[in-house]
Design a protein around this ligand. Structure first.
Ligand code: PAF
Length: 286
C-alpha cells in the first residue's frame, strides 16, 4: 500500500492507472476510521482494481466555532485499518497543499444545501463540495463511495457530480450501526460512556417513527412531535432539527404518502449527532 501526500503526485499516478485501463474506486474520509468507513472501502475493493482512500480533515467545512482543531485524528491506526480493508493508496495531503496561499475558488450546490444541516452549519456544504471537487480532480475515480449517515451530504455530492458533468458514479451505502443502534461516526468518540448509551435513543426514535407511519400515521408534524418527545425524555439532549422530507429534494412533507426521509440532528452535551431513515410505504424494508 502506498501513502501519497502530494496532490500532483497522486494526479500523475491516477493518470497512469487510467491509461492502463484500471478502474479506480475512491473513499473520501476525514480519518479516524470506523466500521462505517471500512464498509465503504471493502465495497470499493470488490468493485474496482484500485482503491484510493483519502484522509484529510478539511478546514473549509468547519464553522469558526466548530471542532476542526479537536476532530479526532489517528493516522497510524487509519493506515492499518484501511490496509486491512483492502485499500491500495492512502492520500494524506497537508492543508497547505490542498489550499495553497491565494486559493480562492469554491464549488457550491444551491438548494439542497439550504435545508437540514445547512441551516445550522451555513458554510459546511460549500466546504464539502469544494474539497470533493478537488479530490475528484486529483484521484479521477470511476466510483466514489459515501455513507447514508450523511444523507444530505451524499445527495449534494450526487447533484454536484451531475451538475458539473463529472465523469464518475456516486454510490451511497447503508448506515453501519453500533450494537445499540447508534450510527457509527468519528464524533461518537467525543461521547462519555453514559452519553453513548443515551445516544441510542436517536435511532430508537426513528424506528418508533417508522412503526407509527407503517401503522397508518400520515401527519408529518405528529411524527416529528413523537420523535421530539421520545428524545427529550432523555436528559442532556438539545434538538437541532427533525425533518420528514422528500428524499430527493429534502423539502419538508406535511402529508406522508409514499417514500419519506426522516432525518434529525441533536446535541448531546457538546456533541452534535445526526441520523436518518428512509421509509417506503408499502414495502417492508427500508
Ligand atoms: O464525510 C466526510 O468525512 C467528509 O465530509 C468528506 C466527504 C470526506 C469531505 O471532507
Amino acid at each position: 500500500m502506498k501513502i501519497v501526500k502530494i496532490p500532483s503526485k497522486l494526479s500523475s499516478l491516477s493518470r497512469r492507472m487510467k491509461e492502463k485501463g484500471k478502474r479506480i474506486g475512491f473513499v473520501p474520509t476525514m480519518g479516524y476510521l470506523h466500521e462505517g468507513h471500512l464498509s465503504l472501502i471493502k465495497r470499493a475493493r470488490k468493485e474496482n482494481e484500485i482503491v484510493v482512500v483519502s484522509i484529510f480533515v478539511n478546514p473549509t467545512q468547519f464553522g469558526p466555532r466548530e471542532d476542526f482543531k479537536k476532530y479526532p485524528r489517528n493516522l497510524k491506526q487509519d493506515i492499518r485499518l484501511s490496509k486491512e480493508a483492502g485499500s491500495d493508496i492512502i492520500f494524506y495531503p497537508s492543508v497547505g497543499s490542498m489550499y495553497p496561499k491565494g486559493c480562492s475558488t469554491y464549488a457550491e450546490t444551491e438548494g439542497l444545501s439550504s435545508f437540514m444541516c445547512g441551516l445550522s452549519r451555513p458554510a459546511h456544504f460549500k466546504g464539502v463540495t469544494t474539497i470533493c471537487t478537488k479530490l475528484f480532480n486529483i484521484v479521477r475515480p470511476d466510483i466514489a463511495y459515501f455513507g447514508q449517515k450523511d444523507y444530505q451530504q451524499a445527495l449534494i455530492i450526487k447533484r454536484l457530480a451531475s451538475d458539473l458533468n463529472m465523469d464518475l458514479k456516486i454510490k451511497i451505502l447503508p448506515i453501519i450501526r453500533e450494537a445499540s443502534g447508534l450510527a457509527m461516526s468519528s464524533r461518537n468518540n467525543y461521547l462519555t460512556l453514559s452519553q453513548r448509551n443515551k445516544a441510542a435513543i436517536l435511532y430508537q426514535s426513528l424506528k418508533m417513527a417508522k412503526a407509527l407511519i407503517m401503522s397508518g400515521e400520515k401527519s408529518a408534524s405528529k411524527v416529528k412531535s413523537a420523535i421530539r418527545r421520545m428524545i427529550l425524555k432523555e436528559k442532556g439532549f438539545r434538538i437541532d432539527y427533525i425533518t420528514v422530507a422528500d428524499p430527493h429534494t429534502l423539502k419538508e412533507t406535511k402529508h406522508i404518502s409514499s417514500k419519506v426521509l426522516i432525518a434529525l440532528a441533536a446535541w448531546l452535551g457538546k456533541t452534535r449527532l445526526i441520523d436518518n431513515i428512509i421509509i417506503s410505504l408499502g414495502r417492508k424494508k427500508c
